[in-house]
Design a protein around this ligand. Structure first.
Ligand SMILES: NC(=O)C1=CN([C@@H]2O[C@H](COP(=O)(O)OP(=O)(O)OC[C@H]3O[C@@H](n4cnc5c(N)ncnc54)[C@H](O)[C@@H]3O)[C@@H](O)[C@H]2O)C=CC1
Ligand SMILES: O=C(O)CCC(=O)C(=O)O
Length: 332
C-alpha cells in the first residue's frame, strides 16, 4: 500500500460532511488502495457533535482509514495536507439567495486561505463547497498566495449531475448515458446549464442531446430553470439544503481531479478565469475542463452562440459583483 493521503474536511460536524466522510473513508475518492488520514475541522460549539462523528468513523472499521484527528484549530487541520474539502460555512434558508451568505461566510475563507498558505503542502488540491462557493474559493486563493491559483476550485459538479439527470430522465435513458453537459459560471440561479455540446447514448447510438430531446423550448426554459433553482427546491421540500447529493458531487469532483477525465469527456469545475471564452479575468467561473496528471485545462473551441453568450455574461456579471462585495467584507 502507498503512503496515506492527508485529507482535511471542514464543516465536519455538518450534514454534507456526514455523507462525504463515508465516501472518502470508503475509498470512493482516492481509490480502493490508497490509505487515508483525516483531519476534521469544525468550530468549538460543535466539538461534541464532532466527537460523535469520530466515533462513527471508527465504528465503520474502514480498512483504508489510518487516523482521524478532530480539531477546531486550522493549523492542526491544514498541516501538510494533500487535499482539502472546504465545506464548513453557513447554509442558506428558504427565501435567501446564496450570495446573501457572503457577509457571514467570506471571512471563514479569508482565514482558511491564510492558514492553508502557512501550513498545507504547496501541491494541495482545494475544493470549496461552502456557499457562495465561487467567491469563497476566490477569496481563499487570494489569501493563499504561495499556493498556485490552479489548485483552488469550487463545486459546480452538483449542478452538472442535476443537469445530466434531468436529461436522462427526459430521454428515459441511464444517467451514465448522458455526457458532456456543461455548467458555465456561478453556482447560483444565474448559472448556465448548457447541453448544446452534450451527447446522449440512445439505442446504442451517440446523438447530440438537442437532437435527442427535440424540444429547443424545453432546453432553453424549463430545463434551465429546473437546474438553476434545484437547490432552492430541495430546501423548500426538506427544510434543509442538499446534503447527500452535494456530498456525492464533491466526491465526484475530487476523484476526477485526482485520477483525471476519461478519453475526450469533460467535467465542469469552478476555476480561476484567465479570460477563456471572453469570461472576465480574476473570477472563479465554472468551465468545462479535461484533467490529466492532476492538472485541469479548459476545453477549447466550443461554439458560443448569441443565447449562450448572453447567459454566460449574465452569470459573469454576478460574479464580479460578488467579488467586489467580498473584497469589501474582507477590508472591513
Ligand atoms: N456548492 C454546492 O454545490 C453546495 C454548497 N452547499 C453549501 O455547503 C455549506 C455546508 O452545508 P451543510 O453541511 O449542509 O451545512 P451544516 O450547517 O449542516 O454544516 C456546516 C458546518 O460547518 C461548520 N462551520 C461553520 N464555520 C466553520 C469554520 N469557520 N470552520 C469549520 N467549520 C465551520 C458548522 O459548525 C457546521 O458544523 C453551506 O454553505 C451550503 O450552502 C451545500 C450544497 C451544495
Ligand atoms: O442552495 C443552497 O443554497 C444550498 C445548497 C446548494 O448550494 C445546492 O443545493 O445547490
Amino acid at each position: 500500500m502507498s503512503e496515506p493521503v492527508k485529507v482535511c474536511v471542514t464543516g465536519a460536524a455538518g450534514q454534507i460532511a456526514y455523507s462525504l466522510l463515508y465516501s472518502i473513508a470508503k475509498g470512493d475518492v482516492f481509490g480502493p488502495n490508497t490509505p487515508i488520514t483525516l483531519t476534521l475541522l469544525d468550530i468549538l460549539p460543535m466539538e461534541q457533535v464532532l466527537g460523535g462523528v469520530v466515533m462513527e468513523l471508527m465504528d465503520c472499521a474502514f480498512p483504508l482509514l489510518k487516523k482521524v484527528i478532530p480539531t477546531c484549530d486550522e493549523k492542526v487541520a491544514f498541516t501538510d495536507i494533500d487535499a482539502a474539502f472546504l465545506v464548513g460555512a453557513m447554509p442558506r434558508r428558504e427565501g435567501m439567495e446564496r450570495k446573501d451568505l457572503l457577509g457571514a461566510n467570506v471571512k471563514i475563507f479569508e482565514s482558511q486561505g491564510k492558514a492553508l498558505d502557512q501550513y498545507a503542502k504547496k501541491t494541495v488540491k482545494v475544493v470549496v463547497v461552502g456557499n457562495p462557493a465561487n467567491t469563497n474559493a476566490l477569496i481563499c486563493s487570494k489569501y493563499a498566495p504561495s499556493i498556485p491559483k490552479e489548485n483552488f476550485s469550487c463545486l459546480t459538479r452538483l449542478d452538472q449531475n442535476r443537469a445530466q439527470a434531468q436529461i436522462a430522465s427526459r430521454l428515459g435513458i441511464a444517467n451514465s448515458d448522458v455526457s458532456k453537459v456543461i455548467i458555465w459560471g456561478n453556482h447560483s440561479s444565474t448559472q448556465f446549464p448548457d447541453v448544446r455540446h452534450a451527447v446522449a447514448l440512445v439505442n446504442g447510438k451517440k446523438v447530440p442531446v438537442p437532437e435527442a430531446v427535440k424540444d429547443d423550448s424545453y432546453l432553453k426554459n424549463e430545463f434551465l430553470k429546473t437546474v438553476q433553482t434545484r437547490g432552492a427546491a430541495v430546501i423548500k421540500a426538506r427544510k434543509l439544503s442538499s446534503a447527500m447529493s452535494a456530498a456525492k458531487a464533491t466526491a465526484d469532483h475530487m476523484r476526477d481531479w485526482w485520477f483525471g477525465t476519461e478519453g475526450d469527456n469533460w467535467v465542469s469545475m469552478g476555476v480561476f478565469s484567465t479570460g477563456a471564452y471572453g469570461v472576465p479575468e480574476g473570477v472563479m467561473y465554472s468551465f468545462p475542463v479535461r484533467i490529466k496528471n492532476k492538472q485541469w485545462t479548459i476545453v477549447e473551441g466550443l461554439e458560443i452562440n448569441d443565447f449562450a453568450r448572453e447567459k454566460m455574461d449574465l452569470t459573469a456579471k454576478e460574479l464580479i459583483e460578488e467579488k467586489t462585495m467580498a473584497d469589501e467584507v474582507c477590508k472591513a
